[in-house]
Design a protein around this ligand. Structure first.
Ligand SMILES: Cc1cc2nc3c(=O)[nH]c(=O)nc-3n(C[C@H](O)[C@H](O)[C@H](O)COP(=O)(O)OP(=O)(O)OC[C@H]3O[C@@H](n4cnc5c(N)ncnc54)[C@H](O)[C@@H]3O)c2cc1C
Length: 591
C-alpha cells in the first residue's frame, strides 16, 4: 500500500488534463498570460484524437458562398434539434471567423482558393439565409484539418513554454471538503509511479467516449476518462443519450470517410443503384444532417436494399469526381480506402455503414468553460476551480446532434474562453488552497485495487462485451425493451468488473493497468448513456426511439443530468435565449 506522504507533489497555477485541440488552445491562452501551466496527456500530445479530424472547421468567412454568423447560428440550433443552448451557440458562431483567421496566423496551412483565400467546402446541415441554398462553410486543410490544427497549437505552446507531462495518466480529481477541485492524482505510465499535481484551477479536456461502441471512428484513447473523473467527484454528466453515428464509416471496420467526400460531390447508392437520400431529404439530399443520413442508411439496409453478399452496407460514390479532385481534396481518404479495402476510390465506390463517432453529451459547463452544478437556489453555480472544454464537455452547443465542422470550432472557441476565465479566477485567487489528503485517498485506492492478485475475468473480455452490448442495445434505433435489457447487461458488466484481475502487475509501462482504469470510465459512461436513453421517451436528433418516433417539445425539451450515485437522473431547461438576437423557436426539422 502506498504511503500518501511519499507521493511527490508538483504545483502549478493550472492543470490541463488532455492535449487535444481543446486543452492546447486553453493552455496557449494561459501560458501567453504567463500563468504556470501543466498539460498532462496519456499519449504524446500530437497523437490526441484531434489529429484525426479530416473535413474541416466551420466559420462564416463567406469565401465560396455568401455567409454570415447568424445563418451559421440558425443551422446549429436546427441541427441540434432545438436542444442546443442558444447563448452558447451565438457566442461560438460569432467568434468563429476571428478564431479561424487566428489559427491561420498560428501556422495552420489551410487549402487555398485560386484567389488565395481559405478554401471552404460544403458540409451537412449548412444553409444560406436560414434554410435556403447549400452553404460552403467548412474551412479545410485538404482532408487533414485536425492534423494541421493540432500540430500548430502544439508548436505555439512549446514557444509559450507550456509545461508538458507526456504519457501521464490522470486517475482522479482531488476535491476538498468545500467541494473545490485542487488538481489531480496522475500516474507516470513509464514508471508506474503516482504523482500529485496541485493546481489552483483544473481544466478537463479529455475528449469523447467513442470506444463505448464496437464499430467507431475514434482513437483507442477515447475512453471518457474526464467524464468518469467528474462522476466519481459527485458531479453529474449531461445529455449522454445523444451519441452521434457518422453515416459513412468503412463498412465492417468503422474508420471514418469524411462528410467532405459528400461535400465535394460524392453521393450514396443502394443495391438498386438508387440515390436514396432524395427520398429522405429532398432538398439537402446527401448533405442532410448526420442523424438523418445515418437513419436513412440503416433503414435501406433493414428493408433489404443494402449492397454486398450480406446486404449490410450502402455505397459511397466519389469516382465520378475524377482522379484529380480525389487526389487534391481527399488524399487521406484515398490512402485509407486503399489500405483497408484495397480499392481505389477514384475508380470504385466505397462500402459504408454508420459508425459511432461523437459524444454530444458530457461534463456540464457554461459558455465560459466553468463546470456547473445545480446550486442551492435551484439555479446553476460553478464548481470552484474546475473547468472543461472540448468533446468531454457539454456546453451545450451541439444539443441532440452535432453538425460536421462544429467540433473543431467548439474546441478552439471554448478552449480560448476557458483560458480567459481561468486567468480572471487566478487574479482573484492568488494562493493554493490547503491540500486535501482525503481527496487523494480515492485515487490511490483505485491504483491499489488493480494490484490485487488472484483469479478473475480479464479487462479485454469485459470491454469487448461492453462494446458489443452498447452497439446492440443502444445503437442508431432504440426501443424500450431493448434498452431495458441493455441496461441490465451493462450493470452486469459493472458487477463483473469489480472482480476482474490483471495478470501483469509490473510497474514499467504497464498498459494493461491503464486499460483497466479506462474500462471503469467506459462502464460509467455506458451506464449514463443507456439510463438516459431509456428515460427519454421521444425522438430528437441522434436519439431515435422506434416506440416514440416524434419529438416532444412539451415534455422533453430539456437536458438530462446523470449522477453516478444510484444511477439517478434529473433535468434542466434548455437555454433558449441568445445573447443579442431573437431566439429560434422549435419547429419541425426538415432537410
Ligand atoms: C476520425 C474523426 C474525424 C473528425 N473530423 C472532424 C472534422 O472534420 N471537423 C470537426 O469539427 N470535428 C471532427 N471530429 C471531431 C473532433 O475532431 C473532436 O471532437 C475534437 O478534436 C476533440 O478534441 P478534444 O480536444 O476535446 O479531445 P481529443 O483531441 O480527443 O484529446 C483528448 C486528450 O485527452 C487526453 N486524455 C484523455 N484521458 C486522459 C487521462 N485519463 N489522463 C491523461 N490524459 C488524458 C488524451 O491523451 C488527449 O490528449 C472528428 C473526429 C474523429 C474521430
Amino acid at each position: 500500500m502506498l504511503v500518501k506522504s511519499a507521493v511527490p507533489i508538483r504545483r502549478f497555477d493550472t492543470l490541463v488534463i488532455g492535449a487535444g485541440g481543446g486543452g492546447l488552445r486553453a493552455a496557449l491562452q494561459l501560458s501567453q498570460a504567463e500563468a504556470t501551466v501543466a498539460v498532462v496527456s496519456k499519449v504524446f500530445p500530437t497523437r490526441s484524437h484531434t489529429v484525426a479530424a479530416q473535413g474541416g472547421v466551420n466559420a462564416a468567412l463567406g469565401n465560396v458562398t455568401p455567409d454570415n454568423w447568424h445563418w451559421h447560428m440558425y443551422d446549429t440550433v436546427k441541427g441540434s434539434d432545438f436542444l442546443g443552448d442558444q447563448d452558447a451557440i451565438e457566442y461560438m458562431c460569432r467568434a468563429a471567423s476571428r478564431l479561424v483567421v487566428e489559427l491561420e496566423h498560428a501556422g495552420v496551412p489551410f487549402s487555398r482558393l485560386d484567389n488565395g483565400k481559405i478554401y471552404q467546402r460544403a458540409f451537412g446541415g449548412q444553409s444560406q439565409n436560414f434554410g435556403g441554398d447549400q452553404a460552403s462553410r467548412t474551412c479545410a486543410a485538404a482532408d487533414r484539418t485536425g492534423h494541421a490544427i493540432l500540430h500548430s497549437l502544439y508548436q505555439q505552446n512549446i514557444r509559450a513554454k507550456t509545461h508538458f507531462f507526456d504519457e501521464y495518466y490522470a486517475i482522479d480529481l482531488i476535491k476538498d471538503a468545500e467541494g473545490a477541485i485542487l488538481g489531480a492524482v496522475v500516474l507516470e505510465i513509464e514508471t508506474g509511479e503516482p504523482l500529485i499535481i496541485e493546481a489552483k484551477t483544473t481544466l478537463l479536456a479529455t475528449g469523447g467516449v467513442g470506444r463505448l461502441f464496437r464499430n467507431n471512428t475514434n482513437a483507442r484513447i477515447n475512453t471518457g476518462d474526464g467524464m468518469g473523473m467528474v462522476l466519481r467527484a459527485g458531479i453529474p454528466i449531461e445529455d449522454m443519450e445523444f451519441f452521434q453515428f457518422h453515416p459513412t464509416g468503412i463498412a465492417g471496420k468503422g474508420m471514418l470517410i469524411t462528410e467532405g467526400a459528400r461535400g465535394e460531390g460524392g453521393y450514396l447508392l443502394n443495391k438498386d443503384g438508387e440515390r436514396f437520400m432524395e427520398r429522405y431529404a429532398p432538398h439537402a439530399k446527401d448533405l442532410a444532417s448526420r442523424d438523418v443520413v445515418s437513419r436513412a442508411i440503416a433503414t435501406e439496409v433493414r428493408e433489404g436494399r443494402g449492397c454486398g453478399p450480406e446486404g449490410d452496407y450502402v455505397l459511397l460514390k466519389v469516382d465520378h469526381l475524377g482522379e484529380e479532385v480525389v487526389n487534391k481534396r481527399l488524399p487521406g481518404i484515398r490512402d485509407m480506402v486503399k489500405t483497408f479495402l484495397h480499392i481505389d476510390p477514384s475508380k470504385q465506390p466505397i462500402p459504408v455503414f454508420p459508425t459511432a463517432h461523437y459524444t454530444m453529451g458530457g461534463i456540464p459547463t457554461n459558455r465560459f468553460g466553468e463546470v456547473v452544478q445545480s446550486g442551492a437556489d435551484g439555479g446553476e453555480e460553478p464548481v470552484p476551480g474546475l473547468y472543461a472544454v472540448g468533446e468531454c464537455a457539454c456546453v451545450s452547443v451541439h444539443g441532440a446532434n452535432r453538425l460536421g465542422g462544429n467540433s473543431l470550432l467548439d474546441i478552439v472557441v471554448f478552449g480560448r474562453a476557458a483560458g480567459n476565465r481561468i486567468i480572471e479566477y487566478l487574479r482573484d485567487h492568488r494562493y493554493h488552497r490547503h491540500m486535501s489528503w482525503p481527496g487523494v485517498d480515492g485515487a490511490l485506492a483505485r491504483l491499489a485495487r488493480w494490484d490485487q492478485r488472484g483469479e478473475g475475468e480479464s479487462v479485454a473480455q469485459l470491454r469487448n462485451e461492453l462494446q458489443k452490448a452498447m452497439e446492440h442495445y443502444c445503437g442508431v434505433f432504440r426501443t424500450e425493451d431493448v434498452l431495458r435489457e441493455g441496461l441490465e447487461k451493462v450493470k452486469e458488466i459493472e458487477r463483473r468488473l469489480a472482480d476482474a484481475r490483471l495478470r501483469d502487475h509490473s510497474k514499467v509501462f504497464n498498459t494493461a493497468r491503464i486499460e483497466a482504469f479506462e474500462l471503469e470510465n467506459l462502464v460509467d459512461a455506458g451506464l449514463a448513456t443507456v439510463t438516459a436513453a431509456l428515460a427519454r421517451q421521444e425522438s430528437r436528433g441522434a436519439h431515435s426511439r422506434i416506440d416514440y418516433p416524434e419529438r416532444d417539445d412539451q415534455n422533453w425539451m430539456k437536458h438530462s443530468l446523470y449522477y453516478k450515485e444510484g444511477g439517478r437522473l434529473t433535468y434542466k431547461p434548455v437555454r433558449t435565449q441568445p445573447l443579442t438576437v431573437e431566439p429560434f423557436p422549435p419547429k419541425p426539422r426538415v432537410y
